[in-house]
Design a protein around this ligand. Structure first.
Ligand SMILES: N[C@H](CCC[C@H](N)C(=O)O)C(=O)O
Length: 282
């Protein structure tokens, strides 16, 4: 009995199972979403991505984003590049518009990576910086938020469709992010929880970043987190408005545009094409 096909993709090591529900709806209950994303019980991924028919005329696809804990996220930068590449291949186009619950994202092919796959640039939309839009639980200057734990203090709050707190440190390797991340993720200061970014300026317009992701934990890369870190570094005057954000498996180029949108440019990878056994969706 045929299973459900999927693509196993990643953006700089932030990995995804991509399902296509455009031909037929998939009943992805929370337990099923968790099972697919589980690295022992299912396929395993940082986010489960589901392609659905767009509901806005100018969009080419609707991209739904689920964290491994089953929660739905408003943005996923690395997955957006992967999905954009899939759609551009289908349309034989150099650009694509991806619809998400946070809005429409314009993407374009800007080159080819060493792996032969496209390098994609995405306008991740308007950066929101008001405390109500992060959101946080009290009125504050989001460039210096009154929340922290141990060596992580005084973060910058940014919403890129999803909420981010970016902490700047002198030595990223000294931070126990797997210990501090979950506590900050669930701090009541963040009513919708938060993605916790830890950033170190390592050169002119260059930042190294590690992210404890909301609903996912420590990932190898976080596209929206890189957008948040790039904007935060510029807001703090630590870099210009165009920043290279370095992670273990590569670099994302982030630009805080004059219209307060933020763009992200980077590569993608296709690991394999697979098939979910029916039992995973039963
Ligand atoms: N965990 C995130 C969603 C995935 C973000 C990340 N994988 C990216 O590339 O932006 C959240 O709940 O907001």
């Amino acid at each position: 009995m045929a299973g459900t096909p999927f693509l196993k993709m990643h953006g700089l090591g932030n990995d995804f199972v991509v399902l296509d529900a455009r031909g037929h709806a998939l009943d992805l209950t929370v337990p099923r979403r968790r099972a697919i994303a589980d690295r022992r019980l299912g396929v395993g991924c940082d986010q489960l991505i589901v392609l659905e028919p767009p509901t806005e005329g100018e969009a080419d696809v609707f991209m739904r984003i689920y964290n491994p804990d089953g929660s739905e996220a408003q943005a996923c930068g690395n997955a957006t590049r992967c999905v954009a590449s899939v759609v551009m291949d289908e349309l034989k186009a150099e650009e694509a518009t991806i619809q998400t619950i946070a809005g429409l994202l314009e993407s374009q092919k800007v080159g080819r990576g060493a792996n032969g796959l496209p390098v994609i640039s995405v306008d991740m939309g308007l950066v929101r910086m008001d405390w109500r839009e992060i959101p946080v639980a009290m009125a504050c200057d989001t460039n210096h938020m009154p929340v922290g734990l141990g060596p992580l203090q005084d973060p910058v709050g940014t919403n890129v469709g999803n909420p981010h707190a970016t902490f700047f440190v002198d030595d990223l390797t000294s931070i126990p992010i797997t210990e501090l991340g979950p506590k900050l993720e669930h701090d009541p200061f963040f009513p919708e929880r938060v993605n916790v970014g830890v950033a170190q300026v390592i050169g002119e317009n260059k930042v190294r970043l590690s992210v404890w992701e909301r609903g996912a934990g420590l990932t190898l890369a976080c596209g929206s987190g890189a957008c948040a870190a790039g904007v935060a570094a510029a807001r703090r005057g630590l870099t210009g408005r165009k920043v290279d954000v370095v992670v273990e498996h590569g670099t994302l180029t982030i630009e805080w545009l004059r219209d307060d949108h933020v763009s992200m440019t980077g590569g993608i990878s296709l690991a394999y094409r697979g098939e979910l056994d029916r039992s995973l969706l039963s």
